[in-house]
Design a protein. Structure first.
Length: 194
């Protein structure tokens, strides 16, 4: 057992028996993903951090109800998404999705892009995020889960608390609305008003 990473199921079993360090390892494994999920749903970095932290506390308290053998990741992400959604609603925030990368540097890339390329990339990213921001909450959540978090359909269904078939149809409609918004923005020369 020494030297090999423990599986989630082993860590969950140990955490259920009161091993706090086992749960701390689960938190370390999923902290970044939980924060990204909360950011996509809450739209505010500060709220996302609070939501992710509170979700880990709630997940720990709910470990007794966790179905043995079930995958931990989608179960946790559903708790994170619910907490972020609740915080967004209670705060009354409709500011939209705020995704901040930790700088524009890509790992392993020593060469900086030309100023022109950097400006175009920034403009495209800004236009895309503005268009995503303008979508309904449900559309933003499903697009964020799929393309920003790279979740599978099964994981999306679990994290968003919707049937798998609904994931497919909701994602398809959301992409259509995003495409329409991007075309409108392009025609108007800037973000569409609504």
């Amino acid at each position: 057992m020494e030297g090999r990473p423990l599986e989630d199921t082993e860590l969950i079993d140990r955490a259920r028996r009161g091993d706090v360090s086992a749960y701390e390892e689960l938190v370390r494994r999923y902290r970044d993903l939980a924060l990204r999920t909360a950011t996509v749903v809450a739209g505010d970095t500060g709220e996302a951090e609070d939501a992710a932290q509170e979700a880990f506390v709630k997940a720990y308290a709910a470990l007794g109800r966790f179905r043995p053998g079930a995958p931990f990741r989608p179960w946790l992400l559903r708790i994170v998404a619910n907490e972020a959604r609740n915080r967004r609603r209670s705060a009354g925030r409709r500011d939209g999705l705020v995704l901040r990368s930790r700088g524009d540097r890509r790992p392993g890339s020593d060469a900086a892009p030309s100023p022109e390329v950097a400006v175009l990339d920034r403009e495209r990213r800004t236009a895309l995020l503005s268009a995503v921001n303008a979508l309904r909450d449900e559309d933003r959540e499903v697009i964020g889960a799929r393309y920003f978090l790279d979740l599978s359909e099964v994981e999306m269904a679990e994290a968003l608390g919707i049937p798998r078939g609904t994931v497919k149809s909701r994602l398809s409609r959301a992409i259509g609305r995003l495409r329409e918004r991007l075309v409108l923005d392009d025609i108007r020369g800037g973000p569409a008003d609504g």
